[in-house]
Design a protein around this ligand. Sequence first.
Ligand code: ZN
Length: 220
Amino acid sequence: MRFVFAQVLALVLASAQYKQPPVVVMDPKDAIALVNQLFGAIQPALPENSYMPDALKEKINWMYGQQAANKLSFKLVTDDNGNLGVALMHSFYQNHAPVVEINANQLMVMVRIQERVRVGFNRTAKDTFAIVLAHEAIHLEKPEAFYTQKIPDPIIRKKTQIAEEFRAWRLTDQLIISELLKTNQPVPIGFRNLHEALKHCTKAPSCVAFEKFYSQFNLR
Ligand SMILES: [Zn+2]
């Protein structure tokens, strides 16, 4: 079984009220165009992105570099009908190379429904895309063997997954979200809530406050 890390984009995308992710009627061409626009907009070298913390720039550049070297690929999924849940992105290994899969349905839900942007995207969508991409880069610090390990016991499997999400979100918070907050950037609400929850997490490798926050959003 594939070891999949769902993302807490739920933070931003989901509300506790709905257990099933909404499905938008979308034109795949619109989703593809949106992803390309976002990839272009988050380029760290652009002068308008000077507000980005160094770690955010570094993780995005790492992703771009890996992709340019054919060591990593991006895959946009436009027809999953909500099967990826509320995760905006996740990463896995295929043929010994990492793949970052982008959930077009949730991307469109975020931009077109939650942010009510009919054409293009706004700052919240852009920063969310950038932060989640960086979060995937943090997951990919783990070796292939971690991703492809077989854990037969579902309880241990779940624990391992949550421990990895805790590690990756805590680093995302320390390196990126905290830095954006320090410089008074308009950090999307879900990430601000995560930042608050993680304040209760001082002892590794687990944290009840994070687990509560994480499970609240019906992630897989
Ligand atoms: Zn994650």
